[in-house]
Design a protein around this ligand. Structure first.
Ligand SMILES: [Cu+2]
Length: 211
């Protein structure tokens, strides 16, 4: 990959009070915190559908379960949701809710596969055993794009339309933070930085440069 310019990655703490003192004290006593992140672009505008992941050496054991569905529909000639965060090893369902047939292909390293054309109200599934980012397309509709972010941390979420993501129950102490977005201008479209999780509720603003 050709890298001409170093990316800018500024991590700054902008605020430190969005929970009551009692709640914060409780979280600190438990050694866990709720980390709130806002991802913005070079102009300060919110970046939606960026995936934020926190890795901690103190991560709890056991399987990772996210509260959202492990599914991505094809609806209105689009993958919906367009970005899906899944745990490593997950099987994702791809229901076709359109009147027309769709296929699914990926040339991405963590999951190279091709699912032949299938029609309305049919579903296909695919397993994602390797962490990383998977870009999906449809052979019939060139504009269809879907992204699966496969992660091995339970502290992962994508940003909302205001650029915010909340990662609850994060163990306090040192961690590593990764932000990924398909247009992020850096190798593998992701950036990592060291991160310290304290017991106090905080909002961390991440400035990224998009293509
Ligand atoms: Cu299609």
């Amino acid at each position: 990959m050709l890298i001409k310019l170093p990316f800018r990655f500024i991590l700054s703490v902008i605020a430190a009070c969005s929970a009551g003192l009692v709640g914060a004290a409780f979280a600190a006593a438990q050694g866990a915190a709720s980390v709130r992140v806002q991802v913005v672009d070079a102009d300060g505008m919110p970046v939606r559908d960026a995936v934020v992941e926190l890795h901690s050496a103190r991560r709890p054991s056991g399987p990772i379960r996210f509260p959202w569905k492990m599914g991505m529909a094809q609806k209105g000639l689009q993958f919906t949701p367009g970005t899906l965060v899944v745990a490593k090893g997950s099987t994702v369902a791809f229901p076709n809710l359109d009147q027309v047939r769709h296929s699914i292909y990926s040339f991405s390293k963590p999951a190279r596969f091709e699912i032949d054309l299938y029609g309305r109200d049919q579903t296909r599934t695919q397993n994602f055993p390797i962490t990383g980012s998977v870009k999906l397309g449809c052979n019939i509709h060139d504009d269809m794009r879907g992204y699966i972010r496969v992660t091995d941390t339970p502290f992962a979420s994508k940003t909302d339309h205001n650029g915010y993501a909340t990662l609850a129950g994060m163990p306090t102490g040192s961690a590593s933070l990764t932000v990924w977005h398909p247009q992020l201008r850096s190798p593998a479209n992701e950036m990592k930085s060291a991160f310290s999780v304290s017991g106090a509720a905080q909002v961390h603003k991440l400035k990224v440069v998009l293509r």
